[in-house]
Structures are given as C-alpha cells and as structure tokens.
Write a protein that binds this ligand. Structure first.
Ligand SMILES: O=C[C@H](O)[C@@H](O)[C@@H](O)[C@H](O)C(=O)O
Length: 466
C-alpha cells in the first residue's frame, strides 16, 4: 500500500515520478486567472489565525462545511475563528475523494510543515501550531506568493476600478512578482441585472466621458481597456453564463442599450443582440492590443435566492448550467474571425460534458501563426479535481494539441491555493507517464521533459507575453 500523500503522491508510475521531481516540481508559476485582492498583496496582508488564512473567502470549503450540517454561523457568520476551524476539521474526513481533502493537507504541509492527518482530535494542536507560526511572521500575502514562486498574477478587475493598487505595486521594486489587472466587464454586458444603470454612471465618471449613448458607452469601455493596457493588463475575462449570439446592427444595439439605460427590462432576444454586438466590439479591441480573451461559460450562479440575499455572489451557491454552447460560440468566434479580428482566446465550460465539444471547436479557429491561439482552458471550478483535470486533458489530447496547453491557473481567493499547481503538475506527469509506460508515446526523456515544462510554465509565458 502507498503512503498517504508522501513525495510520490499521485505519481502512479516511474516515468511520472522522474518527470515530476526532475522537471515540474520547482518550476515557477504564472497565475493568469485568480480572484486575489491587489490591495491585500500591496499591503502584504497578514493573518492572526489559521481560519483567516485558510477558510475566509474560500467558498469551496464553505460548501463542504454546509454539506456536513454546519450552521451558517460557523461558516460565514459571527462564530469564533476557533469554532469555524473546528467545524471544518470535523467536516474534512467526510470529504474522502474530494480534492479539498488533498488541497487542505497540501496547504498545511507546504506552508506550515504540518504532516498530520487533519481530524477533530488533532485539530486543537494544529490550531496552536499554525497560529504560533503566523505570529512569528513571514506569512503575509506577499510572503506566501514569493514562497510559491509565482512570477505573474492576473487579478480579476472591474473596468471602473481605479487600479490604484496595481499602480502602487508597479512602483514597488521590493516585490518581484508582477501583479496585473484583467478586464472583466460583466456588469456592462448584463443590462437586465440590477445595478446596470448605476454601473454605467460609474463608468462615465471614471472614464471622464459622457455615457448617454451607446457610442459614448463603447468609447468609455475602450478608454478603460486602453488604461488597463497601460497598467500592464494583457488579459480579459467574461462570465458567459449562457453564450449569446444574435446578429444586430449598431443601431439596434444602441436602441436596446438606451432602453436599459432608461431603466426598462429588455427581451432575451434583445439582450443577446446587445451582448453579441458589445462582445464583438471588445473582442476586436483585445485582438488589436494582442490580449488574450477568456470566456468562462455555463455557470448557473446564485441558485439559492435566500442565501444570495444574505451573502451575495461567489459564496458557494453555484452549479453547472447545461445550455448548448456549440452553435452560438462558433458564431461569436466566427464574427471576430471574419475580418481577422479574433484575439487569442481561452474557453472554459463549467459543464464537463462539453469537453469534447470545446476541444473540437477550438480547432476550427486556430491559425495566424500563434501556437495554441485558441485554448481549451484548464478544468474549471467544479472540474478542478483529479478526474476533472484528467478528463479535460484527455479531451484536449484526443482532438487538439495537449503540448500547446497553457496549463493550470488558480482561480482562487486564497493565498494558500498555489498548491493547486502542484496537484495539477502531479496529475499531468502521471497521465503522460502512463502513456509512455503503456508504449503509447516514446520514452524520450528530453522530449517528455520539454512537454511537461511547456504545459507547467513556458507555454503560458510565451502565450501571454509576460
Ligand atoms: O473557482 C471558483 C471561482 O473562484 C469562482 O467563484 C469564479 O470562477 C467565479 O465564478 C468567476 O466567475 O470568475
């Protein structure tokens, strides 16, 4: 029997062990999509308790606690940090087979040198141990990033953000990791959602442009894209909970925008027309600037209205959507490809039944001399599991070029999540090792090492141009 999570954790064969230990293990990280706070990075936020650094903001862990019957008071409420931590420690043994079981142990092992198997009995000692280490210092946000060998972080930012902390970080030579903004204009696309008109008003203020017409709106958005570019942004990100496609003239899109600006709801067809026109406009701009555009598709968000009312979005009440994406997505990309304005694009679907659909679809839009220009993005959110990552990589290998994959991102709100890259790299090495040991790929260590290094780091570096 293998030992629990030792140095050969998840490395199921000899080739995998050598690829991981000799190549992947010590490579730096490019975190091209996450939800970390630039302010916390700038201020090198420190933590007093394990709960603060480990559980606050981590909605994956909150779901496990709720599923274990923990009262919301002990999840996001006013219970003490100790009680919250104990509630998680009590829940964890039931998370057998869930990546959180592994991530949680990896986080304690790699950052705090704790190799105990977490349970209710030893949790009080772990609480004392981690809190004492935190008090000694060296566990601030920046310290954790540096320890994790992260070269670049792309945060997720609203177009109306002043990017104050990105600008400050740019000036701060004492911190070597690049922290760059990503342009996420969802609030400007979701014209039927509450807050749309207020957001447009804010956009007008920050861009210093009047936004009383669709032309003004597009021009203000463009100004913000260019501002993000100046600050170092090279990536955009869109949450397309369903993929819209409905052709529209500019006049039609403008009339729909005006209607929403007057506080009226627009029909689903009009919403799609507006989104299509605006997405194509933005896509062309990203292409001009050489950015990579990310589409995060098919999330079903905020499924629990009562909890949404109480806690807001991204608090652990989301799931997968099953809208068809193939036709609208092809049309959307084709509208950009038409005049050669398709930017580098990364496509993620939260619905893993669409793995092969996306892997095949990306192949229809490759070209223009950029290796892996259209990417099938890494297994996202509920798919960010051992089986989910293997399924995504196998689908990509089946139909496309796994060797050009830009690999893992963190997508997290926690500074301890960098162990997810280790998890991914172990699984990658194992998968490749199995093919080699099965005689399906030659045992050429130089070539294999190259492929592992590319997927773990070099491809992302070249793709984003960091
Ligand atoms: O991994 C899960 C996430 O952090 C999730 O909350 C985000 O991916 C978010 O939905 C987004 O749209 O960017």
């Amino acid at each position: 029997m293998k030992k629990f999570m030792d140095e050969n954790f998840l490395l199921t064969n000899e080739t995998a062990r050598s690829l991981y230990h000799d190549v992947a293990k010590d490579l730096p990280i490019i975190d091209y999509h996450c939800h970390l706070s630039p302010q916390e990075i700038y201020e090198n936020k420190s933590y007093r308790t394990i709960t603060e650094v480990w559980l606050y903001g981590d909605h994956y862990k909150w779901r496990v606690m709720r599923a274990n019957g923990v009262d919301e008071r002990c999840v996001t409420g006013d219970a003490s940090d100790y009680d919250k931590f104990m509630a998680y420690a009590r829940a964890l043994p039931s998370a057998i087979g869930n990546p959180l079981y592994h991530w949680s142990h990896l986080e304690l092992q790699r950052y705090f040198g704790i190799t105990d198997i977490i349970n209710e009995k030893n949790a009080p000692a772990i609480w004392e141990n981690v809190n004492a280490q935190l008090a000694e210092g060296g566990f601030g946000a920046r310290d954790l990033i540096t320890k994790s060998k992260v070269k670049v972080i792309c945060t997720t930012d609203d177009p109306t953000d002043s990017l104050e902390y990105h600008l400050k970080l740019k000036e701060d030579a004492s911190f070597e990791t690049k922290v760059l903004p990503s342009f996420r204009p969802d609030k400007g696309l979701e014209l039927n959602r509450e807050g749309f008109t207020a957001w447009v008003e804010k956009l007008s203020q920050v861009s210093g442009q009047a936004v009383d017409s669709y032309d003004g709106f597009l021009s203000a958005l463009e100004a913000r894209v260019r501002f993000f570019h100046e600050v170092g942004g090279r990536v955009s990100d869109h949450a397309l909970d369903y993929v819209p496609y409905a052709e529209a003239t500019k006049e039609e899109a403008a009339a729909i925008f005006q209607k929403a600006l007057n506080g009226q709801k627009v029909s689903h067809e009009d919403e799609m027309k507006y989104k299509t026109y605006t997405l194509v406009f933005l896509g062309k701009l990203y292409a001009e600037l050489g950015w990579a555009m990310q589409y995060h598709m098919n999330a079903s968000r905020n499924n629990n209205p009562r909890m949404f009312e109480k806690l807001g979005p991204d608090t652990g009440f989301d799931s997968m959507n099953d809208s068809a994406i193939s036709i609208p997505l092809c049309r959307l990309l084709a509208a950009l490809e038409q005049d050669n304005h398709l930017p580098k694009t990364i496509l993620y679907s939260l619905n893993p039944t669409q793995n092969h659909t996306i892997a095949a679809l990306v192949g229809s839009f490759q070209g223009g001399g950029i290796p892996g220009k259209i990417q099938f993005g890494s297994a996202w959110w509920f798919n960010d599991t051992k089986e989910g990552m293997i399924a995504q990589m196998k689908a990509l290998a089946d139909i496309g070029l796994l060797g050009r994959f830009v690999g893992m991102l963190t997508d997290s709100r926690s500074f301890l999540s960098y162990t997810r890259h280790e998890y991914f790299r172990r699984i990658l090495c194992s998968l490749i090792g199995e093919w080699v040991e099965n005689g399906e790929f030659p045992d050429d260590r130089e070539l294999l090492g190259r492929i592992v290094q590319d997927i773990s780091y070099d491809n992302a570096k070249a793709y984003f141009g960091f």
